[in-house]
Design a protein around this ligand. Structure first.
Ligand code: UDP
Length: 502
């Protein structure tokens, strides 16, 4: 368990780009083009707000149905005096074979829909370039799943910066596994192997925890996309990372010095949201009134509530949901549990809940069906633990809130994030997931849930984890304040783009 101290010099190198002189007197204009998933749009909106707060003109590009999700939080920032422009481009559902209205990854519910979704995103190149032609921004910060945006930006002589939406540890670990293929050296899918060429403590994985398509030679849309994404990471101007140096310093250094990437860590981005409205207006409309949620939390003792949420995409089977319900009840803890299901009939018991569950847990547990104001909840003093699927945003929001975590990864790079939380930082306990599964999580039994929840909520070890988590939270806040590591790295990035301010 260690935290990173700043050891490198934070000097900026303004670049000689023709944009620099053009905009020295005016505000530089940055286009933000997030991938169409909540886990990318939410931090990108935060990033645009952060840039706007530092004197940059920020414009976010998205599609019509994603626009209202984004404008909910940008309206708030306009009220606070930091206007952000929004531009919309048509999403070609029909041309890609998608049902009308499928403009966000959370609506693509099968592999074939995902393939069609990525096909549609590639068709956004022409309309994006039209906007670049009309608006002449100075820089394009685009999601990593839009690898073609590097070429688009080059056509207009502006830099493209990549936003992966993940951290430095998972970027370094993922790169090592892709390049060195250590999974080839073990006999079975459950045999452990060490991730080579990674600084810090030894990290072990198994083949079962890796994305299957990475280990296969099959030519699929995912393998092609992944290769193009890696390639554009190298050919783009650089990578902007939602993290902070004190959290992942040795991996930040490794990413830059050993892997040779140009990168700026400017997070946690979520910390740009300071008041209640800003915190509760991220992503979708919350299914529970933020005030009611706070009132419920206010009635609980400090650090006595565990918050359970698996992000915007992950799902579970009904038997698994029932097992989670039993586990939460048996743990004896207060809880807020976010379930991505609506209630069909007020008077009917739902099949995914044990009989009489809601009556028994009244006053002790709260189920939010749909979307929760996550940041608001995590930041409340009564919340003392977080069961998370380890999406990068949730992981960093947990770190920023200073709560220990039960890690329950499902897919994407979440198994690397689990290792960071549990083994590198020592602020979490794994629930024991053994298999990477696309979207619908691996099965975990009640007993494992009870044990993991108790381990982060009760006893001496929980207290030690909580103390470490609170220290990290303090460091996260300091990093984003004037003079902090993330604040300074953002200054460096802006200077590189437009030259030093007079
Ligand atoms: N989120 C939220 N309420 C919910 C579910 C998710 O506010 O009910 C937010 C969460 O705070 C985070 C984002 O959605 O900012 C999810 O991103 P993450 O990387 O954690 O997971 P993903 O959804 O991409 O798997």
């Amino acid at each position: 368990m260690f935290f990173f101290k700043i050891s490198r010099s934070q000097t900026c190198k303004p670049r000689s780009h023709n944009m620099a002189s053009k905009n020295q007197k005016n505000k530089p204009h940055v286009f933000f083009f997030p991938f169409l998933a909540h886990g990318h749009m939410i931090p990108t909106v935060d990033m645009a707000k952060l840039f706007a707060s530092r004197g940059v003109r920020a414009t976010i590009i998205t599609t019509p149905l994603n626009l209202p999700l984004i404008s909910r939080s940008t309206q708030q920032s306009t009220l606070l005096g930091l206007p952000i422009n929004l531009l919309s481009i048509r999403f070609p559902c029909a041309e890609a074979g998608l049902p009308e209205g499928c403009q966000n990854v959370d609506a693509a519910s099968s592999y074939s829909m995902m393939a069609a979704f990525f096909k549609a995103t590639a068709m956004l190149q022409e309309p994006l370039e039209q906007l670049l032609r009309e608006h002449h921004p100075d820089c394009l910060i685009a999601g990593s799943f839009f690898p073609w945006t590097t070429d688009s930006a080059a056509k207009f002589g502006i830099p493209r910066i990549v936003f992966h939406g993940t951290g430095l540890f998972p970027l370094c670990a993922g790169d090592s596994v892709t390049v060195h293929q250590p999974y080839k050296d073990v006999a079975s899918d459950s045999d452990p192997f060490v991730i080579p060429n990674l600084p810090g403590i030894e990290i072990q994985m198994t083949r079962m925890l890796l994305r299957a398509f990475l280990m296969s030679n099959e030519d699929t849309f995912l393998s092609r996309l992944f290769k193009a994404e890696k390639q554009s990471e190298v050919t783009s101007f650089g990578v902007v990372v939602n993290s902070f140096y004190e959290l992942e310093g040795i991996y930040a250094d490794h990413y830059k010095k050993v892997l040779g990437r140009k990168a700026w860590h400017i997070g946690p981005l979520s910390l740009c949201n300071r008041d209640q409205n800003e915190k509760s207006n991220r992503g979708k409309q919350a299914s529970m009134d933020a005030g009611d949620c706070l009132k419920w939390l206010d009635s609980k003792k400090p650090d006595s509530v565990i918050y359970i949420c698996f992000g915007s995409k992950s799902n579970f089977t009904e038997p698994q949901l029932k097992e989670i319900a039993r586990g939460l009840e048996a743990s004896g803890q207060n809880f807020i549990w976010v379930v991505r299901r609506g209630k069909k009939d007020e008077d009917q018991d739902e099949e995914w809940l044990p009989e009489g569950f809601e009556t028994r847990i009244e006053g002790k547990g709260l189920i939010i069906r749909g979307w929760a104001p996550q940041m608001l909840i995590l930041d409340h003093k009564s919340v003392g633990g977080f069961v998370t699927h380890c999406g990068w945003n949730s992981t960093l929001e947990g770190v920023s809130a200073g709560v220990p975590m039960v890690t329950w990864p499902v897919s994407a790079e979440q198994f690397y994030n689990e290792k960071l939380v549990t083994e590198v930082l020592g602020v979490g306990i794994p629930v024991g997931v053994k298999k990477w599964v696309p979207v619908v999580g691996d099965y975990i039994e009640e007993e494992a849930i009870v044990n993991a929840v108790k381990e982060i909520m009760e006893g001496e070890e929980a207290e030690e984890m909580r103390n470490r988590a609170k220290k990290l939270s303090k460091m996260a806040r300091e990093a984003t304040e004037e003079g902090g590591s993330s604040y300074s790295d953002l200054s460096c990035l802006i200077e590189e783009l437009v030259g030093p301010s007079d």
